[in-house]
Design a protein around this ligand. Structure first.
Ligand code: FIX
Ligand code: ZN
Length: 419
């Protein structure tokens, strides 16, 4: 094909992909956002954007303020410090800093003024429900999956009362304390009326399953989830593996729910940084392969935090139909790595995965996380469709739209039997 005849087709493909990726609303399959009924648990606004733990980690690259002093500051004082160090004293080139500016810009604020006080005034005029609509619209998000922990006191109190659910939010049952700190969790479960012992007897397992069933129905969970350290092994000598095998997997089978594993987090690598102090490490994905092979009736969602694990994970996706790979998690969510992961996954898995989730902790972050992700997804998809067109296979707009719907939540909904 000559350059002049291929050029218009390339342009046509580029614009079809851009249209499809920008206009398809996403199911954000993992966030830390909450239905507005959870009130103060749903964070939003400029100060929460600035004190996001990604930025807290970054401010300590520059400031001499001791950790202990930083944690005594009010939210506004912390936000001021972060703004001054990360935005005024240095250019905000990191992904998390750029994200704040993308968000403000798309909200219609003039970032070049560098005027934090006027931004604060602008936010003060919003009512939460209107602002939620605005963020979902600008982020192009239709459904938001929450992360719901029965071990969180504030959250438990909300679930204890009846409230009307916002149907744009779905629930995911998060069970890290149960799997990773069983001795403490057992004390809690006993307080809540489940007759468990530390030893995983048949009665204890059935009481754990009763606890899981109660919470699955209470919140209408669409999947269960846990984050695990790099050294997680399955099968393994630990209580974590035993609980997964004896309680979690049978529970998921009984309720027809996927089990989401987020692998490779080193919690509290620097405790002084609190939430910002978690790190990452390479996992042995034999554990995931053993789960998928050993429990063919279960379905698993998986994402990994180490870049070194990404190729192996994508290969596992080719081996196991009961494994659905998702997201560029946390330290992986920088455009440079998102691009390589998205390209690799498309080349190994076609369209049978979910390239992104936002992991938003602050409502407004939906705007930048999805804007930045869409830019990369569109770029890589365009490249792939152009490569197809070079064989004579021209993808139509409706085919592209179908594929994008799958990538932005459709494939996940089918995998988790929500559609
Ligand atoms: O385990 C998780 O769900 C992580 O996403 C969080 O713990 C982490 O703090 C985070 O916000 C990453 O984006
Ligand atoms: Zn998360």
């Amino acid at each position: 094909m000559t350059a002049s005849s291929s050029q218009p087709l390339e342009e046509k493909i580029k614009s079809r992909v851009k249209t499809a990726v920008e206009s398809t609303r996403a199911y954000d399959i993992h966030t830390h956002l909450f239905d507005p009924a959870f009130e103060e648990l749903l964070l939003w606004g400029i100060d929460d954007l600035l004190v996001y733990h990604y930025l807290v980690a970054e401010v300590f690259r520059y400031t001499d303020v001791p950790y202990s002093k930083f944690w005594t500051l009010s939210k506004i004082e912390q936000a001021d410090l972060i703004w001054n160090e990360l935005f005024l004293r240095h250019s905000p080139v990191s992904e998390a800093c750029r994200g704040v500016l993308t968000t403000l810009n798309l909200l219609g604020l003039d970032v070049k003024k560098r005027d934090l006080e006027s931004v604060r005034k602008w936010f003060a005029n919003w009512k939460l429900n209107d602002y939620l609509d605005r963020c979902m619209e600008l982020g192009g998000v239709r459904t938001i999956s929450m992360t719901n922990s029965p071990f969180d006191k504030t959250e438990r109190n909300v679930w204890a009362n009846t409230f009307s659910r916002d149907d744009r939010f779905t629930a995911a049952l998060r069970i890290d304390p149960l799997i990773l700190a069983w001795t403490d969790a057992a004390v809690q479960l006993r307080e809540w009326g489940y007759s468990v012992e530390i030893e995983l007897s048949d009665n204890t397992i059935s009481e754990i399953r009763r606890f899981l069933s109660d919470w699955t129905s209470r919140i209408d969970a669409k999947y269960l989830m846990v984050s695990l350290p790099p050294e997680f092994a399955f099968p393994g000598p630990g209580t974590d593996a035993a609980l997964i095998e004896k309680a979690i997997l049978p529970h998921c089978r009984e309720h027809g729910l996927p089990f989401a594993l987020m692998l490779g987090v080193k919690r509290a690598q620097n405790e002084s940084l609190k939430l910002a102090g978690d790190g990452s490490g390479r996992s042995d994905l034999t554990a995931l392969a053993n789960l998928c092979a050993g429990a063919p009736e279960n379905r698993f969602l998986a994402t990994v935090l180490s870049r070194e694990n990404q190729h192996e994970l994508a290969v596992l996706g080719r081996k196991f139909g009961n494994l659905h790979i998702f997201g560029c998690w946390w330290f992986m969510n920088i455009p440079y790595v998102v691009e390589e992961m998205t390209r690799m996954r498309l080349e190994l898995l076609g369209l049978s995965f979910t390239p992104q989730h936002s992991d938003a902790r602050v409502l407004d972050q939906l705007i930048y996380k999805w804007k930045h992700s869409r830019e990369v997804i569109a770029k890589v998809l365009t490249e792939k469709y152009i490569a197809l067109s070079e064989t004579g296979w021209e993808p139509s707009l409706s085919e592209i739209e179908r594929d994008v719907r799958d990538l932005l939540g459709g494939a996940f909904e089918r995998f988790s039997r929500q559609s």
